[in-house]
Write a protein that binds this ligand. Structure first.
Ligand code: PMP
Length: 352
């Protein structure tokens, strides 16, 4: 008999891989836990999810994921505190965003209990995979894709929802040098930039490689229409500090509604930092870099939490940011990670 937890059937792996894992030297997203959650959409509805051994998936060559790119995903983390209690950060926001993404890609939306109960059950089964070490976490990757086949360019009739997890070490990107993009765009009005659609990331790889070839680490995406406003930093939202004000662009068709971004806005305001949500022009950033009022720039996202930017390139010129002792980036990163890992009070009710 297979076990059942939270009404979810569990098919346990016959062996565990956990003894092969060096939990003191984890990279990001390279080893995968013993189990995954699997849920199939067929006959017009989502079938009951199951926890199954982590395994390869067999697909028909005509599966529409391969041809038409119907796929969406999420990224989130589970943390284990000193008492071995397990915490998620705003998981319902990931669930809602997955469905927002699915709707835009004509993928059927998931019921909340399949996502939340499925995730909780998976974490119970693979509890031993959630790292305890400071800075480490279990990275969680929920995704949905078209498994149904046919060469007709239309939505599939079958989908898979899977949650796979990977124990991961602290994500130190170091200080990155970024290139403000003048030609390529990651998103457009009326497009899918606000969705976590797989194809958005495929479209970023080539321009990002061109920037890497020029000696930068990452691209700052600008608006597709004029390339005059900065919008995102790679696969992160972007913040700019001019004098003592923190500025980030408004979410739109083109900018992902990042959970880290909106948490930073609230945390910064609670710290008494003045925050402006408005368009940021490249000219404003360049002028601020020239007159010394540009103090900080950083990316914000689940993987790195906050990734400080050391300098940027724009139109064949490079601009360095100052090296400050006390940064908003380090203050806010500590505040948010202390809440995530149950080291500090959570007045916002974000910890789950
Ligand atoms: N922008 C893009 C394009 C992203 O892929 C991500 C990562 N999900 C983010 C921003 C940051 O979002 P979050 O803080 O929810 O991880």
């Amino acid at each position: 008999m297979n076990a059942i937890i939270n009404n979810i059937e569990i098919i346990k792996a016959k062996t565990t891989k956990i003894n092969d894992v060096d939990f003191d030297n984890l990279k990001f997203g390279h080893v995968f836990s013993d189990h995954m959650l699997e849920c199939n959409f067929k006959d017009g509805k989502w079938q009951a999810p199951k926890v199954v051994p982590y395994q390869a998936i067999a697909l028909d060559p005509s599966a529409k994921i391969f041809h038409y790119g119907q796929s969406v995903f999420e990224g989130m983390k589970a943390y284990k505190d000193a008492n071995e209690d397990v915490w998620l950060f705003r998981p319902l926001d990931n669930f809602k965003r997955l469905n927002i993404s699915s709707k835009r890609l004509a993928i059927p939306e998931l019921p909340e209990n399949y996502f939340m109960d499925g995730l909780k059950t998976l974490l119970q089964v693979d509890n031993g995979w959630i790292p305890k070490k400071d800075g480490s976490s279990l990275y969680i990757r929920p995704f949905v894709f078209a498994s149904g086949g046919g060469f007709h360019a239309s939505p599939a009739d079958a989908y898979k929802f899977i949650i796979a997890t990977a124990p991961s070490g602290a994500y130190f990107s170091g200080k990155v040098k970024v290139l403000i993009e003048e030609k390529y765009s990651r998103s457009a009005n009326g497009g899918v930039g606000f969705a976590k659609a797989g194809g958005n990331y495929a479209g970023q790889f080539y321009p990002t490689q061109l920037a890497i070839d020029k000696g930068y680490h990452q691209v700052i995406w600008t608006d597709d229409n004029t390339h005059e406003y900065i919008e995102e930093a790679g696969a992160m939202n972007i913040f700019v500090r001019i004098n003592d004000t923190l500025i980030t662009g408004p979410t739109s068709d083109r900018i992902l509604d990042g959970i880290t971004r909106k948490s930073i806005i609230e945390l910064a305001e609670a710290e008494g930092i003045s925050v402006e949500v408005r368009k940021i022009s490249v000219q404003e950033v360049v002028a601020a870099a020239k007159d010394g009022s540009l103090k900080e720039m950083f990316g914000a996202g689940t993987a790195a939490v906050i990734s400080p930017i050391a300098g940027f390139g724009y139109k064949d010129a490079d601009y360095d940011l100052p090296e400050l002792d006390d940064t908003y980036a380090s203050t806010l990163k500590k505040r948010i990670t202390d809440i995530q890992t149950n080291k500090a009070e959570d007045p916002f009710g974000w910890r789950y």
